[in-house]
Ligand binder design. Structure first.
Ligand SMILES: Nc1ncnc2c1ncn2[C@@H]1O[C@H](COP(=O)(O)OP(=O)(O)OP(=O)(O)O)[C@@H](O)[C@H]1O
Ligand SMILES: [Mg+2]
Length: 141
């Protein structure tokens, strides 16, 4: 699926629609350059699960934020500053995958070797300051 959004609100709404079908155990890999909208998309996921979007901030400096949405826990990770897979191992990434929550990862290419094959790849591309092309690719294996 590919859509084009023209505002933060549209990006959030697209993410919220995707999250509405989540049952726990989903892994969402958010690909895209700086400022593409990965954190905004995460806000939409949290919103779609009934959580408080104000709690969502970039986890760049802490690697992991956890949001309790009422429905499901969201584990929001950012691999931008990760030096290698060991850093993700150190924060218990493997254990997070077993929590039956929703795991959302910014800059997933930095930890490629740790990503489970069953995941949702979201690619965000900046077309102009307000416009993003967003493609969602659900891999079953
Ligand atoms: N259609 C749109 N969808 C999402 N964000 C948009 C859109 N139009 C403009 N923006 C702006 O783009 C920026 C996206 O920032 P965001 O923090 O989500 O990016 P990011 O991909 O998480 O970047 P980083 O790699 O630095 O973490 C925000 O400033 C937002 O206001
Ligand atoms: Mg971000």
């Amino acid at each position: 699926m590919t859509i084009v959004t023209h505002s933060v609100a549209e990006t959030e709404a697209a993410a919220a629609r995707l999250a509405a079908s989540f049952r726990g155990g989903e892994v969402v890999a958010l690909h895209g350059e700086l400022g593409a909208g990965k954190t905004q998309f995460t806000r939409g996921i949290v919103k779609g699960l009934g959580g408080d979007v104000h709690a969502v901030s970039s986890p760049t400096f802490v690697l992991l934020n956890v949001y309790d949405t009422g429905r499901l826990k969201v584990f929001h990770l950012d691999a931008y500053r990760v030096h290698g897979a060991e850093d993700f191992d150190a924060i218990g990434f493997a254990e997070l995958l077993e929590q039956k929550g929703v795991v959302v990862i910014e800059w997933p290419s930095r930890v490629e070797s740790l990503l489970p094959p069953r995941r949702i790849d979201v690619k965000l591309q900046t077309l102009s300051p307000q416009v993003r092309r967003i493609s969602v690719d659900e891999r079953t294996a």
